[in-house]
Design a protein around this ligand. Structure first.
Ligand code: GDP
Ligand code: MG
Length: 436
C-alpha cells in the first residue's frame, strides 16, 4: 500500500531508517572487504579505507543522503585519486612516432595492437603495425588477420629472427609511405625471463618510442602487480593497458598496479572485438570496482538537487522535535526535484527487484500533498491539534478517505517518534559527523 511504499522511500532516500544502525567503522570494514574482493592488494585497501574514515568523520552529511551512501561517494573519490585522478593520453610525438607494446605471452598484446591501430585510424591517423613476435609463426598471421579486418597495413619479415631489424625497417617503411604511427607488437613469455627482457629493452633503447605500453591481463590479480613491477624496473614504461576487463573482472588490479609502479593506466580492453577498447577513466573504474555504480550517481543527484540551507533548517527543527507538516511537504518537494522516484529507488541495490511492478511514481505523493494542503496553517505547524473532527474535515477537503488521513497521521507520528529517538542519541550522532 501507499503508506508502506512511501515509508520505504523516505527511509531509503533520507537514510533515516538506517541512522541508528549506521556505524562508520562497520561500513568502512565492508568497503575494505569489497576492495579486497575486487583484487585490491590488502595493504592498499587498508590505506584507502583509513583515509576514507578520516574524511567521513570530518564531513557534514546532508539530510538527503544516508551516511552509507556518503561513504560510498567518498570511497569513489579516494579510489579515483589513487588511480591518478584524470585520464592520461598517449604521446604521439615523432614522425613517425613509435608505440612499443610489451607484456607476457597471452596478456593480449597482439589483440591490443590491433585495437590501438583501429582507435588511431578512426582519429584519421595513418598507422602501420609491425609484427615483431619472431618466436611464434602464428603470431604474424594473427596480426595480419587483424590488420585486414581493420584496414591497417602490417609490416612483417617472416624469415627474419631479429626483432630490432624488423622494427627498424618498419619505421623506415613508415617514413617512406607516409605512416605517422608505428605500433610494434612484440613477443612475450609465459613468465618474465632474461632473453625476453633483453630483447624488449633493446627495442626500447634503439627505437626511441614515444610510448612504451605494458599490457597486463587484469584477471591475473596479484601476479599482475608483480609482473608490472619487474617490467617497470627494466623498461621504465610510460603506461599500462589492462586487458580482459570484460566479464566479472572487477579491476582491482588497476589500483594495485598504479599504487606499486605509479604509472598511469591508459587503456582498458574489454573483449576480443576490435571495438572493445576504452580510454581509461579513473572515476569510471572506481565506480566499477565498488560495484555500486548507480548508488554513486544517486548520491550525486541528491547532493545537486537538495537545497543545503533547507536541509539545515529542517535538520535544526528535527533536533528540537519541531518537525511538522510544512516540513514534511517541503521534504516531498525536495524528493520530487530529484527526478523520477522509481528511477531513484531503482538505483539502490536490491530495491530494483522490490519495486518492480509497483506503481511508484511522483503521483504517489499526490494524495499526501492533497491531504497536507487541506490542513490549516495552524494544523500544519501543530499536528497535535488534529483531532477526529479535524481529520474528517481534512478528508472532505482533500477528496481522500478518513482512512488515508489516519494513515498519513500515523506515518507522520512514527517519523517524529523516530526523530525523537535519534535526538536522544545526540552524542553518538555528533561523533558520526552531524548525521540526521
Ligand atoms: P599476446 O600473446 O599478448 O599477443 O595475446 P593475444 O593478443 O594473442 O591474446 C591472447 C588471447 O586473449 C586471445 O585469445 C585474445 O583473443 C584474448 N584477448 C585479448 N584481449 C582480450 C580482452 O580484452 N578480452 C577477452 N575476453 N579476451 C581477450
Ligand atoms: Mg602476440
Amino acid at each position: 500500500n501507499l503508506s508502506f511504499k512511501l515509508d520505504r522511500a523516505f527511509k531509503t532516500l533520507k537514510g533515516t531508517g538506517k541512522i541508528t544502525e549506521i556505524n562508520v567503522a562497520t561500513t568502512v570494514k565492508e568497503i575494505r572487504r569489497a576492495l579486497i574482493d575486487a583484487d585490491v592488494n590488502y595493504k592498499v585497501a587498508k590505506e584507502v579505507t583509513d583515509t576514507i574514515k578520516t574524511e567521513a568523520l570530518g564531513r557534514d552529511v546532508l539530510i538527503s543522503v544516508s551516511p552509507g551512501q556518503l561513504l560510498v561517494k567518498i570511497t569513489q573519490e579516494e579510489l579515483t585519486k589513487l588511480m591518478g585522478g584524470t585520464k592520461e593520453d598517449i604521446s604521439l610525438k615523432g614522425d613517425p612516432n613509435v608505440i612499443l607494446i610489451s607484456g607476457l605471452q597471452g596478456s593480449g598484446k597482439t589483440t591490443f595492437s590491433g585495437k590501438l591501430a583501429y582507435h588511431l585510424k578512426k582519429q584519421g591517423r595513418q598507422v602501420l603495425l609491425a609484427a615483431c613476435d619472431i618466436y611464434r609463426p602464428a603470431a604474424i598471421e594473427q596480426l595480419k588477420t587483424l590488420g585486414e579486418q581493420i584496414g591497417v597495413e602490417v609490416y612483417a619479415e617472416p624469415d627474419n629472427k631479429n626483432a630490432l631489424e624488423i622494427a627498424s625497417r618498419a619505421v623506415e617503411y613508415a617514413k617512406k609511405n607516409g605512416k605517422k604511427t608505428v605500433i610494434v607488437d612484440t613477443a612475450g613469455r609465459l613468465a618474465v625471463d632474461e632473453q625476453m627482457m633483453n630483447e624488449i629493452s633493446e627495442l626500447k633503447e634503439n627505437l626511441n618510442p614515444s610510448e612504451t605500453l605494458f599490457v597486463v591481463d587484469s584477471m591475473t590479480g596479484q601476479d599482475a602487480v608483480n609482473t608490472a613491477k619487474t617490467f617497470d624496473e627494466r623498461l621504465n614504461f610510460n603506461g599500462v593497458v589492462l586487458t580482459k576487463l570484460d566479464g566479472d573482472t572487477r579491476g582491482g588490479a588497476a589500483i594495485s598496479i598504479r599504487h606499486v609502479v605509479d604509472k598511469p593506466i591508459k587503456f582498458i580492453s574489454t573483449g576480443e572485438k576490435m571495438e572493445n577498447l576504452d580510454v581509461f577513466y579513473p572515476d569510471r573504474m572506481a565506480q566499477r570496482i565498488l560495484g555500486m555504480g548507480d548508488v554513486v550517481s544517486l548520491v550525486e543527484r541528491a547532493q545537486q538537487s537538495f537545497d543545503e540551507d533547507e536541509a539545515k533548517r529542517i535538520n535544526a527543527k528535527i533536533r528540537k522535535n519541531q518537525f511538522n507538516f510544512e516540513d514534511f511537504l517541503s521534504q516531498i518537494e525536495q524528493i520530487k526535484k530529484m527526478g523520477n522516484l522509481k528511477d531513484l529507488m531503482g538505483m539502490i541495490p536490491g530495491m530494483g527487484k522490490v519495486i518492480k511492478g509497483m506503481d511508484i511514481d511522483d503521483d504517489s505523493f499526490k494524495p499526501i500533498e492533497a491531504i497536507i494542503k487541506s490542513m490549516t496553517p495552524l494544523e500544519r505547524e501543530n499536528p497535535d491539534v488534529i483531532d477526529g473532527s479535524r481529520r474528517k474535515r481534512i478528508a472532505q477537503g482533500s477528496g481522500r478517505t478518513i482512512q488515508e488521513v489516519n494513515n498519513l497521521m500515523k506515518q507522520f507520528n512514527d517519523m517524529r517518534k523516530l526523530m525523537k529517538q535519534m535526538n536522544k542519541m545526540g552524542g553518538a550522532q555528533r561523533a558520526l559527523g552531524n548525521l540526521v
